[in-house]
Design a protein around this ligand. Sequence first.
Ligand code: FES
Length: 131
Amino acid sequence: MAARERADELICLSRDLAPEGPGHRFTVEQHGARWPAFVVRYRGGVYAYINRCAHQDLELDWVAGDFFDNARRYLICATHGALYEPDTGACVAGPCKGGRLLPLSTVEVAGEIRLRRSNGVRLARNEATQQ
Ligand code: FES
């Protein structure tokens, strides 16, 4: 248990993410820089990304947590409509077609969705909870 606590951090509970439903926003930090991020559930899997469009340095969601398009098939950038595959982060349509979202490593275990620390990426200090 102690080893797991050092290797990953709680983002949210599994029940907080409905399939193809609203995402959960959070903040990560890496080497002193902070980045908005989000996690969604799609076709049974959990996928997390830095919340920054590949087209411009803007967050995808105008309405906080609203990442899916109307068909619930793609993640959509609200600014210019870029569409991203939820499970790969690849942009398949829009001004940044061929680009991709920056993925974050997660694990879902025991009803929790947790961020795996890698390359110095961790939850921002004010979001890290006692685990
Ligand atoms: S900023 Fe996302 S498509 Fe232009």
